[in-house]
Design a protein around this ligand. Structure first.
Ligand code: BGC
Length: 749
């Protein structure tokens, strides 16, 4: 048999590596090594799984504060997600469905099974190459019978042929001999958060060239998976089923010096896809394409597609390899998680790398992730905003359900836009998202000059959300408007009075709406008439929008020159953090009851500082410093959205040791093996947070929301000698180079 060994160079600036197998960190690496292409995503689980880590355990996951939850499945959780394939859960509402596991490849030699926990393994290494999203594993397996095998695995989810996942394993016999049994299958014994969303699983078909699983979900979708197989040596494959599993089974005698390569290809299609043809036609088409073109050609197209993504997305840091790898990892996940041509879905809070948060969409998309897309792939940013336009009907239902006209965007959204949040305090009170979306749209428009977006789509979102706001406010005895019963970004104070962040966002949104309508009316009478007819808009409504915008209170305390988080903030109880927070490696929320937390001055995350980040011109440097000094010591950073905001503000103030402390925190959130942060999925908002920290914080880019020309005020961390990246700005691309001495902005085309 041919000897064909893979040689890999693991570039430590482009590859995330696991150097020893440890069952305690396995779940973390499964999340961190998630692969995907926008259309589908698979967690980085082992091909053969882990023994004793059942994936079909049924239980009722209760709605909870995800930050403090103790998740099940401590060792391993498979994950196969297709954005938009969601099902109903009795308590969690709509959740993304964890689909059948199609990565399965089991190896058994001389009756001994490869089992990462029990087998004797040497020279283990696993790594994800961020350049092309390929996941590798190499190891030497010493069996009890003295057979030594060198195994090299590689797999990728094609960035070009979005329905294909390719896997290969090379098996080289170093010593001994025995019969190798190989089983490559599709396994539907998977539950999502303990719930079975599969109404029917069909494995029957008459084709002997592939195995097939068709899953009918309780959300009414059909998902078809077809796997084909090829080997470098002649193997007679048979197709077997065991319960709902289906697999190819083949065997071959291997001797010292032999080398065998197995390739498995899986095509995944659903009835939700935007392509023509029946499921089986399409599934077979992709599979045939693989067998016609072969691994190399498909890999080349895939890797070129990744190259074109990196061309405008990469950030290069000289002097800090840890930060270099972290930003590339986070950018990789942002690119992977985004479905840039399907505006029926957005990016869920765990970046389609885990079941937590049920695949729901939050403000994370607009405020944390969108800036990355605006400046690297504006078309993708537009697509994300289109998702909000496409789900306006759901937002209208949310408003109606709460007794209002107009549109209220869901705190947690899914495919319909209807509220999915299972916990009342966020669903009812964390209302800022409705205005955040309008802010984000203007951020996109101001950065790209795509004014047509506002006229064609934005105006409906603006008028409808403004209608909601003018009813959601209360008029006080002095004739000013207030927003009562509000949870701001800080989720540890659920029902406050006039949250500074929320009120400013709403004011912005209403001002923009009134201005826009006035402008259209003056410049385009016909267009205005169309809007009036389409939305049933009345002149009086515009007056009301203007009035509320003008008279909406923005809390401020003249005596202290500190912007209060909410008007009533001072009245909450002070917290003795040292007495309560015994172990700072765990979230503060674990050490205090929710009831006590909700009446205390302990912040989960940046709130006023987030406001200052989004409206930098509203505040003086002194106010910024005052806010940082006041809020930072009482902020627990229990939310992963917090550290990056603090890091940016610290960099703006030139307090570099503090900024660097937050940089470390932001990197550790998903990169730290010790913290195991990626176990339940990627904190994808924090990925956008790191990008912002580097671009807005360290390069000091002034947000395109507030200026036309690129303006930089850099503060580089001590170790960084150079920072380079590319920015899309007003339809052009620019190369930004920052060193300690100077910065340069070069137009690319
Ligand atoms: C944070 C929210 C965030 C959500 C999803 C929560 O823990 O407090 O701000 O939107 O997670 O990431």
């Amino acid at each position: 048999m041919s000897k064909k060994n893979q040689t890999h160079v693991v570039d430590n600036l482009w590859c995330i590596e696991e150097n020893r197998f440890n069952q305690d960190t396995n779940k973390h690496f499964e999340g961190l090594f998630t692969q995907g292409n926008g259309y589908m995503h698979v967690r980085g689980s082992f091909e053969e799984g882990l023994r004793g880590a059942a994936q079909d355990e049924e239980y009722m996951r209760m709605p909870a504060n995800v930050t403090l939850e103790q998740p099940r499945h401590t060792k391993s959780k498979w994950g196969t997600f297709i954005p938009g394939i969601v099902g109903k859960h009795p308590l969690l509402k709509e959740e993304i469905i964890n689909l059948p596991y199609f990565l399965g490849i089991d190896l058994i030699i001389a009756d001994e099974e490869l089992n990462m926990e029990a087998s004797t393994i040497r020279e283990y290494k696993r790594w994800l190459d961020l350049r092309d999203g390929c996941l590798y594993r190499s190891l030497i397996w010493e069996t009890e019978q003295g057979i030594d095998l060198k195994l090299c695995y590689k797999r990728f989810v094609s960035m070009e042929e979005k329905h294909l996942c390719l896997q290969q394993v090379q098996i080289e016999v170093l010593s001994g001999e025995g019969i190798l049994d190989i089983r490559c299958g599709i396994n539907p014994e998977v539950r999502t958060n303990g719930f079975n969303h599969f109404k029917e699983v069909l494995t029957e078909d008459n084709n002997s060239e592939y195995i097939c699983t068709k899953t009918i979900t309780d959300g009414g979708n059909s998902v078809l998976m077809l796997s084909g197989i090829s080997a470098s040596e002649n193997i007679c494959w048979s197709r077997l089923t065991q319960n709902q599993r289906i697999f190819f089974s083949g065997s071959r005698l291997l001797k010292a010096g032999d080398c065998l390569e197995i390739q498995k290809v899986t095509s995944v299609v659903t009835d939700r896809d935007l392509e023509e043809g029946t499921l089986i036609e399409r599934g077979e088409k992709y599979l045939k394409y693989f067998f016609k073109e072969g691994w190399e050609k498909i890999y080349e197209r895939h890797s070129r597609a990744w190259d074109s993504k990196w061309l405008y997305s990469d950030i290069e840091i000289t002097g800090d390899d840890e930060a270099q790898l972290a930003i590339r990892t986070y950018i990789y996940h942002l690119i992977r998680a985004n479905s840039e041509n399907d505006s029926r879905v957005a990016i869920c809070a765990k970046g389609y790398a885990g079941e937590a948060y049920f695949g729901h969409y939050f403000w994370d998309t607009e405020i944390n992730m969108l800036p990355f897309f605006i400046h690297t792939n504006p078309q993708a940013a537009r697509n994300l905003l289109m998702y909000r336009y496409n789900t306006l009907e759901g937002a209208r239902k949310n408003a109606l359900e709460n007794g209002y006209e107009g549109a209220k965007y869901a705190w947690e959204a899914s495919v319909t836009g209807e509220e999915q949040c299972p916990c009342w305090q966020y669903a009812d009170h964390e209302i800022h998202i409705t205005a955040d979306i309008i802010y984000a749209m203007y951020h996109y428009v101001n950065s790209t000059e795509d004014i047509a977006f506002v006229r064609n789509f934005g105006v409906d979102m603006m008028v409808e959300t403004a209608r909601y706001w003018v009813q959601r406010v209360d008029r006080n005895k002095d004739g000013y408007y207030e927003l009562l019963g509000v949870m701001g970004p800080d989720e540890y104070l659920p029902i406050t009075r006039n949250n500074a962040f929320t009120n400013r966002m709403v004011k912005f949104s209403l001002e923009k709406t009134a201005d826009l309508l006035q402008k259209i009316k003056q410049e385009d009478a016909k267009g205005y008439l169309e809007i009036e007819n389409r939305l049933g808009l009345k002149e009086l409504e515009i007056e009301k929008i203007k009035e509320v915008a003008e008279k909406l209170i923005l809390p401020y305390d003249e005596n202290t020159d500190i912007v209060p988080q909410s008007e009533d903030f001072e009245s909450y109880a002070d917290v003795d953090f040292n007495a309560i927070w015994k172990d700072r490696t765990k979230p503060f929320g674990n050490f205090i009851s929710q009831e006590k937390n909700y009446r205390s001055k302990a912040l989960k995350q940046a709130d006023v500082l987030e406001l200052m980040l989004l409206y930098p011109d509203d505040f003086t440097r002194e106010q910024l410093t005052n806010a940082y000094d006041y809020y930072e010591p009482i902020t627990t950073h229990d939310s992963s959205l917090s550290a990056s905001v603090h890091g940016i503000v610290a960099a703006w103030m030139g307090r570099m040791p503090e900024a660097e402390k937050f940089l470390k925190k932001v990197m550790d959130i998903d990169m730290s093996e010790e913290k195991k942060g990626a176990a339940e999925g990627i904190h994808i908002a924090n990925c956008g947070g790191l990008w912002q920290m580097i671009v807005y914080g360290f390069a000091g880019l002034k947000s395109a929301m507030w200026c036309d020309e690129i303006q930089l005020a850099p503060h580089l961390p001590d170790k960084w000698t150079k920072l380079e990246f590319t920015l899309a700005w007003h339809g052009k691309r620019y190369r930004i180079t920052v060193t300690k001495e100077k910065h340069e902005i070069t137009e690319l085309y």
